[in-house]
Design a protein around this ligand. Sequence first.
Ligand code: DON
Length: 336
Amino acid sequence: MLDTNTDGVDQRVSTGDLPSWERIDERVLEAYERNVTDEQGLVADYIPELAAADPSQFGVCIADVEGSTHVAGDAEVEFTVQSISKAFVYALVCQEFGHTEVGRLVGVNNTGLAFNSVIAVELNDGHPMNPMVNAGAIATTALMPGATLAEKWENIRTGLSAFAGRQLSMDGEVYRSEAETNTRNEAIAKLLKSYGRIAGDSSGIVDIYTRQCSLRVSARDLAIMGATLADGGVNPVTKQRVISPIVCRDTLAVLATSGLYERSGEWMFEIGLPGKSGVSGGIVTVAPGKGALGTFSPRLDSAGNSVRGQKATAFLSRSLGLNIFASDSEGDRHDV
Ligand code: DON
């Protein structure tokens, strides 16, 4: 890792404001209406229970850093958080161990390979490389504070609930379905253990990782969880500080480079915001200092990212002026 100590340097942040309440409401509805008829993509079926999802479901929500929400469609429908949990568990672990140590143990570089790649581990001498792919997420879950597996799980459930501002519960059916078919994640965890990258009971860690993926959230929950990252770590509804501003910044940097797996470059190019997708169809996207978007629709592209979710987010990023690289809205006006 680079030595980037900036102690004593004047710290400034770059951000702005969301448009008016009415404009956001209009645009959220428009993002929904423009994409609700899009039937591209396929529902995930490698976890058998996920194949039962209703592909027509589509929800969009924006939460601002004051905790107000704007919703369209199935924004209150619950689904399993899946890989989106990786972002929030990573934040909780960074809060405990700090930027440098987690960077050393788990890494922050994009693997450029699929989320469940085994070869990415082999190509990097057993280093998990990135906390947003399964290998790095399993290694991150292993670092979660807790003397026992049960304590680690409780800390994850409580921590993710603090981000959401309500008690999250696990979907037992999806958990069992994934636990019964989880041989690939078991293999990844054993491979990491063979390289000395995780300590302890690798199957037990995979079990906790599977549980964290099976927590139930809605698009609205995702927006509030994301808004907590946009708000320097304070949940905008409950006003609870969940993590520090520095951990938020670090987490968003990782999402920016790898939240959408091997499609992260295209995502950044189109949307220009840190985001994280999950295989049951959720996406959380964060506009630092402003708010966050939660979307849900189960049909996925071949990298495992919701098709409608990506399109709705791209539309909202442009039409609400959220792209962190845009210094002039002129281009966006032609591009929506
Ligand atoms: O470990 C898995 O394969 C799932 N529990 C989560 C994967 C996932 O969400 C990938 N996302 N797009």
